[in-house]
Design a protein around this ligand. Structure first.
Ligand code: DGY
Length: 325
């Protein structure tokens, strides 16, 4: 008899095929986020749960099936899973880092270029029939080339974004808990305190994982340190930025604009955000390419399979859960 897995949302087919080589698979038939009650009901009788960043996986869900052996999260971020509760239950939690690094950095850089060159606004202008000919003062933006990019959190995606910036002749600052001498040598990046980064940067791009420590790490005070000509980019997690404070600052012209892929209470947006022309607002699509989503799904499948087959998965968030001691 095959072990059983529940998959909370449809994923790229190659991964579902791979899952079914090993598991008896049940899957959410609808293209929507399941309620907690539905996840609780569906996890019963399963050996594995493959979940998404939109599923909040807490102790109640873990306790709904005492024989659950792995929680495979289809995302690099795992703030949606109560990892402490999982570890206490010796339940391994896995994630999908690495495969989405370049794709996510592409999107962070897309937002940098889009806010600076008013791409969304210019597109709308053209579609609205307002383009009546080239104009010397029409839709003037800001240069990206030669400007200073401040990266908050120089992990994999932050580093990949910094590499793109180097190609645009940008100066690089970074704020990080630990120094990154390789990045400094490779990219000429300088490590500075967060306040100094905010004060000096023309573009601030956020790349820290979400935790209690990083919630609202960019708040009203921090936004207040930014130049009035600077732009804020967030492709990490919404709650890292105080979205209400951001709307106030954008409205007042305290900063020049923002490019957001993630939101504090997504899919809800902070009131006032959509009316602001100096923003580019994307629906959490940083990793959304066919190639990358397929790789993420394959990795999530392989992580679950490894645990079920008694191997250590490639990406284990809580190694303590597998400690035999
Ligand atoms: C992740 O994997 O954490 C990303 O946000 C998915 O796009």
């Amino acid at each position: 008899m095959k072990p059983k897995i529940y998959v909370t949302r449809r994923l790229p087919q190659p991964a579902l095929d791979r899952i079914q080589e090993v598991f008896e698979m049940a899957i959410n038939p609808d293209d929507r986020v399941l309620t907690k009650a539905e996840i609780v009901a569906n996890v019963r009788g399963q050996d594995a749960l493959l979940c998404l960043l939109t599923d909040t996986i807490d102790a109640e869900i873990m306790d709904a099936e005492k024989n659950l052996r792995v929680l495979s999260n289809y995302a690099v971020g795992y703030n949606n899973v109560d990892v402490e509760a999982a570890t206490a239950r010796k339940l391994p939690v896995t994630n999908t880092p690495g495969v989405l690094t370049e794709t996510s950095a592409d999107l962070a850089f897309t937002l940098i270029l889009s806010v600076a060159r008013r791409v969304a606004e210019a597109d709308k202008f053209t579609r609205d029939g307002k383009f009546h000919g080239w104009g010397p003062m029409m839709l003037l933006g800001h240069d990206v080339y030669g400007k200073t990019l401040g990266i908050v959190g120089l992990g994999r995606i932050g580093l990949a974004t910094a590499r793109r910036a180097r190609g645009f002749g940008m100066n690089l600052l970074y704020a990080s808990r630990t120094p990154k001498p390789e990045a400094e040598a490779e990219l000429g990046a300088s490590r500075v305190e967060l306040d100094d980064l905010l004060t000096a940067s023309d573009f601030v791009s956020v790349h820290v994982p979400l935790s209690d420590e990083t919630t609202h790490v960019i708040g009203a005070r921090e936004i207040g340190l930014m130049k009035p000509t600077a732009f804020l980019i967030n492709t990490a997690r919404g709650p890292i930025v105080d979205e209400a404070a951001l709307v106030v600052a954008l409205r007042a012209g305290d900063i020049a604009g923002a490019g957001l892929d993630v939101y504090e209470s997504e899919p809800a947006l902070e009131p006032g955000l959509v009316e602001l022309e100096n923003t580019v607002l994307l629906p959490h699509v940083a990793s959304a390419t066919i190639e990358t989503r397929t790789k993420m799904a394959m990795l999530a499948a392989e992580n679950a399979i490894a645990v079920i087959e008694g191997r250590t998965p490639a990406h284990l968030v809580n190694p303590e859960a597998l400690d035999r001691a």
